[in-house]
Design a protein around this ligand. Structure first.
Ligand code: ADP
Length: 261
C-alpha cells in the first residue's frame, strides 16, 4: 500500500499541541502529527492517554467543555482552525463524528439522515434530500435493509449494528472531508463490527478517517497508519505494519505485545 505522505499534501497538520482540562489535567503534551487525504489513521494506547481528546480537538468539539486551554497550532488545508475568521459550527461541518454508542435521533430513519443537509441548507427540495438520504444510506450499506421503512421506523427501532451504520450515514450526510470515529465498534457485536470495518475500508477511498480503537486487531485490519498515545504524549506514529512489527518506542512495543493496558 502506498504511503499517503508520498503523494499528497496533508489535510490537517497538528503541531506542538497541548491541552489542559479545567481541573488542570494535562491531557495532550506536545502532540504533532499530519493527517493525509484518503487514509485511515488509528489512535491506540491505554485508557486515559488522550486519544479521544486528540480526536475532539480536530473539529473543536472540546470547546463545549469549560476552561479547556489549548496551545499549539492546528491547520486544515493550510488554514489555522483557531483563527478569528473561522466559525466553529462551519468548521465542525467539515467533519463527520461517530461515537462509541450509536446515538440516532428519536426521529424517522429518513429524518436522521436528512437533518444535517436540511439545517445547513445543503439540499433544498424534498427530491434533493431524497437523493442525499439514499446515497448516504447506500454508502453506509444500510439502504437495502431500511428502504421500505424510511418514514415509518425510527432510528432507535433498528438493531445496534444498524443504528451505528445509520449514524455513519448521518455523519456522511454533510459531505465531510474527515470522519472522526471514537471507538465506533465498542458497543456492537462482532458481525456488526465487521460490517463497520468494511465500511471504513471503503470510506477512506474518498475521505480521511481518524479512528480511536481499543482493538489492536482492528487497528491492524483497517488503519494505514497508527499513532501510539501514552499519558498524553504521541510516542510514535507510522505505517501500521511497521508499528506492529518494529515499533521503535519501547512503550509502544510493550503495549502492542500486551504487556500492559
Ligand atoms: P483516552 O481517549 O485515551 O481514553 P481521554 O482523551 O478520554 O483519553 O482522556 C485523557 C485524560 O484527560 C484522562 O486523564 C482523562 O481523565 C482526562 N479527561 C478527559 N475528559 C476530561 C474532562 N472533560 N475533564 C477533565 N478531564 C478529562
Amino acid at each position: 500500500m502506498p504511503e499517503p505522505r508520498d503523494n499528497a499534501a496533508p489535510v490537517m497538520q497538528i503541531e506542538d499541541l497541548n491541552l489542559w482540562y479545567g481541573d488542570g489535567t494535562h491531557a495532550l503534551r506536545d502532540v504533532s502529527f499530519d493527517l493525509y487525504p484518503r487514509e485511515c489513521l488509528a489512535f491506540i494506547g491505554p485508557s486515559g492517554c488522550g486519544k479521544s481528546t486528540a480526536l475532539k480537538v480536530l473539529n473543536r468539539m472540546h470547546e463545549g467543555q469549560t476552561n479547556v486551554r489549548v496551545t499549539g497550532r492546528v491547520t486544515m488545508q493550510g488554514h489555522d482552525i483557531h483563527a478569528h475568521d473561522v466559525d466553529p459550527p462551519l468548521h465542525r461541518r467539515r467533519f463527520g463524528w461517530v461515537a462509541q454508542k450509536p446515538n440516532p435521533f428519536p426521529m424517522s430513519i429518513w429524518d436522521n439522515v436528512a437533518y444535517g443537509p436540511r439545517i445547513h441548507g445543503l439540499a433544498r427540495t424534498r427530491a434533493e434530500l431524497d437523493v442525499v438520504v439514499e446515497d448516504c444510506l447506500r454508502r453506509a450499506h444500510l439502504w437495502d435493509e431500511v428502504k421500505d421503512h424510511l418514514h415509518d421506523m425510527e432510528g432507535t427501532d433498528l438493531s445496534g449494528g444498524q443504528q451505528q451504520r445509520l449514524c455513519i450515514a448521518r455523519a456522511l450526510s454533510t459531505d465531510p472531508e474527515v470522519l472522526l470515529m471514537d471507538e465506533p465498534t465498542g458497543s456492537i457485536d462482532p458481525i456488526a463490527t465487521a460490517a463497520v470495518e468494511r465500511l471504513v475500508m471503503e470510506l477512506k477511498r474518498r475521505l480521511s478517517v481518524v479512528l480511536v480503537t481499543h482493538s489492536m486487531m482492528q487497528a491492524r485490519r483497517v488503519a494505514d497508519r497508527v499513532a501510539y498515545f501514552h499519558l498524553g504524549e504521541l510516542r510514535e506514529i507510522g505505517p501500521t505494519e511497521l508499528i506492529f512489527t518494529a515499533a521503535r518506542d519501547p512503550l509502544a512495543r510493550a503495549f502492542i505485545r500486551g504487556k500492559f493496558g
